[in-house]
Ligand binder design. Sequence first.
Ligand code: CAA
Length: 395
Amino acid sequence: MAHDPAIGIHDLSFATTELVLPHTVLAAHNGTDIGKYHRGIGQRSMSVPAADEDIVTMGATAAAPVVARHGTDGIRTVILATESSVDQAKSAGVYVHSLLGLPSATRVVELKQACYGGTAALQFAIGLVRRDPAQRVLVVASDISKYELDSPGEATQGAAAVAMLVGADPALVRIEEPSGVFTADVMDFWRPNYRDTALVDGQESIGAYLLAVEGSWKDYTERGGRTLDEFAAFCYHQPFTRMAHKAHRHLLNHCGYDVDEDRITRDLALTTAYNNVIGNSYTASVYLALAALLDQADDLTGRAIGFLSYGSGSVAEFFAGGVVPGYREHLRTKAHREAIDRRRPVGHARYRELHGHSFPADGGDHRTPAETTGPYRLAALRGHQRVYESLQCRG
Ligand code: CAA
């Protein structure tokens, strides 16, 4: 009998914004002790989108190198996961599909369940590849996290997109069965359609996350998953990087381990480097943790990685991935570092101005200032339609 092929992440690339706000600048303006940001929540800076950047431009920027490396052969599905969408009807993925010049023989859809959406996209993609192993699915997780100015959430904003090519015989990480899943109807964090900033009960959200860690781990073990000691590292959803520490400590305690800081550091240290300077990227965050781990670890060949994806509201999933021999030849470590290092510091006043920016809803012709130096930009809102440009069009 033929064996099912391994399925998982064949390529991974991320993009972030043109601008960055260091937490030292935020702290200087709101009088917070910088220790609260650097140690208390584990954040050093946050990515800030320029006026002409959004989830579409970030998503296309993340995915373009994947398409350039692998071509479009076999890509018949694009799944874009986001909770900061730009339209109630049209998938942001259709704009990305267009900017990338993907073939018309493609299905494109957008998925939402808070920060969990990227993992839903990955798992649904695996199902499609299982049905036809010749196909590949382009998964894009793209988000801008936005809280009210001067609220406790402000320091946990950020923005990024991760693009993953999901296919059979993957070059990076095989995604394993089983998965442990968990859903609970809680109001820890949400964003009604009429708001562009999230509503959140901070402490409730941390408690809901920890409950979801327990719930998804319980289901994972009941379905015959690995034991904790088998994992080389754990990639958690990181709304702020200290949250990964809280979650891992909780899981270890829950499993009866005597928890020492060294163990937590060993299991998590390499996963926080990107999120700690980018901030919360919602659906992309857990896969930025993976990128940081793969880019920095000496050699993870054959090792198992644990993933804990959490989306407020809430849905969570614990699953495992096995690192594929030869994976290091396929990493994009240099490009990832460049995406972070190329960001320009934004002044506090301009940051607040950008935060408050929204297009008038009058259907007029509203151009955006040309700010981004990235390959794609949101050029205007014209007649209620978003107008995107690629670098080639800009000459
Ligand atoms: N030096 C060092 N540490 C300090 C400090 C200092 N000077 N001052 C405070 N701290 C520590 C505190 O002791 C605290 O640590 P512990 O949590 O370990 O006790 C930490 O810094 C944060 O301090 P506070 O709890 O007082 O901070 P806060 O009231 O301003 O709120 C927050 C923090 C709740 C995370 C807030 O930023 C928030 O609401 N963020 C958005 C919600 C969020 O990210 N929730 C996470 C779970 S939900 C999820 O994961 C989905 C998602 O993406 C949103």
